[in-house]
Design a protein around this ligand. Structure first.
Ligand SMILES: Cc1cc2nc3c(=O)[nH]c(=O)nc-3n(C[C@H](O)[C@H](O)[C@H](O)COP(=O)(O)OP(=O)(O)OC[C@H]3O[C@@H](n4cnc5c(N)ncnc54)[C@H](O)[C@@H]3O)c2cc1C
Length: 323
């Protein structure tokens, strides 16, 4: 970022602006270089204020929640990163209907547990999901046969051109692990979202959450990761395919394909984002050779990646079958 832009930021955010911040500390895979500038929004008012100011300066902006679904380049991120800690959650009753209203920086798991504590059911599937409401809506996160879109009612969005506006479920255009936000069709930031829940039985809900928790403990490896790297292709499992091509346990630098679950890459000993990217490429090449398809990545590459890497990644995201 230019000196002029940095000075403008220093002026706008005295005492709050952090410079040259290592992003590995803000991602669950513990990899990634430095962001030029970083702001931590402690509440919804700050989030909105920070976003508007950065847009006013015409600087590149990245809003992050828990950083659990992204791989940031070792060269870092140009522009401003806002870490969203706006985490207020409220439960409203509208006649017979109940709604959970959560700010985008609230953890999905917390929203689910709060609803359960109020004897409300429907979000149990999300109780063990890592990450924030913002990340979950953006990527239509899901597990155990459910996804964010199932409970989603509407969201408050800060739109660069139109200001604050409410997006309906239709306007979010959810697809498998995607929404209109992820498909980059609008430049906006999610401020909060409403989810539907219904009266339920506390004990039953807790039992269900316990089952999900045990399933995660059984199936998912422990350690710094981004969760599943690839979507499951139709009729198959990415993890099984990676196992079939003999890559479970494969290491590059400090990163490794989990020996327990092929669809997880672990940053086991200070691996770089490049190590992780090379493992992703290795998987794509081997799976393509044996099965004739590219696996579609669930994660996003973020920041200052070489152009040829971004092009390759786009290929994986668009050309799924008959590669
Ligand atoms: C161990 C582990 C298990 C996982 N299991 C699952 C699983 O079962 N199912 C699943 O779907 N995912 C899973 N994930 C991936 C991840 O937890 C989810 O995708 C989660 O919803 C991401 O939320 P986040 O806050 O971490 O988003 P981040 O990684 O911070 O951000 C992801 C994207 O969302 C955007 N974003 C975040 N907040 C906003 C906002 N307020 N406005 C606009 N854009 C925003 C970011 O810019 C970024 O592009 C797992 C990850 C881990 C590490």
């Amino acid at each position: 970022m230019s000196d002029q832009a940095m000075n403008a930021l220093r002026e706008k955010f005295p005492n709050r602006l952090q410079e040259n911040v290592l992003m590995r500390n803000y991602t669950t895979i513990h990899a990634g270089g430095k962001a030029d500038a970083l702001l931590i929004a402690q509440d919804a008012v700050e989030l909105e204020h920070f976003v508007r100011q950065v847009w006013e300066l015409n600087l590149p902006l990245l809003v992050l929640g828990s950083g659990s679904n992204i791989l940031i380049s070792d060269k870092g991120v140009r522009g401003v990163v806002i870490i969203n800690h706006a985490h207020n959650i409220q439960i409203h009753q509208q006649q017979e209907r109940y709604e959970v209203h959560a700010e985008a920086g609230a953890l999905m798991g917390k929203a689910a547990k709060l609803a359960i504590n109020r004897h409300l059911s429907g979000l149990e599937w999300a109780a063990t999901l890592p990450g924030t409401v913002g990340g979950a809506v953006y990527g239509n996160a899901g597990c155990f046969g459910k996804e964010t879109a199932d409970n989603f009612l509407r969201a408050e969005i800060l739109h660069r051109n139109n200001g604050k506006t409410i997006f309906s479920k239709e306007e979010m255009a959810f697809e498998y692990r995607s929404s209109i936000l992820k498909r980059n069709l609008v430049e906006c930031v999610l401020l909060s979202a409403w989810f539907s829940v219904i009266p339920g039985d506390y004990e039953q809900s807790m039992q269900q959450v316990e089952t999900y928790h045990e399933r995660r403990l059984e199936n998912q490896p422990f350690g710094p990761s981004m969760g599943s790297i690839f979507r499951n292709p139709q009729g198959d499992k990415a993890g099984r395919m990676i196992e079939m091509v003999g890559l479970k346990g494969k290491k590059i630098g400090g990163a490794e394909i989990s020996a327990q679950h092929g669809n997880f890459i672990l940053n086991s000993s200070d691996g770089s984002a490049q190590d992780i990217w090379e493992l992703i490429q290795l998987i794509e090449t081997h799976v393509c050779q044996q099965f004739g398809i590219y696996l579609h990545p669930e994660i996003q590459l973020i920041g200052d990646w070489d152009e040829n890497i971004m092009k390759q990644f786009d290929t994986y995201q668009t050309v799924q079958e008959h590669a």
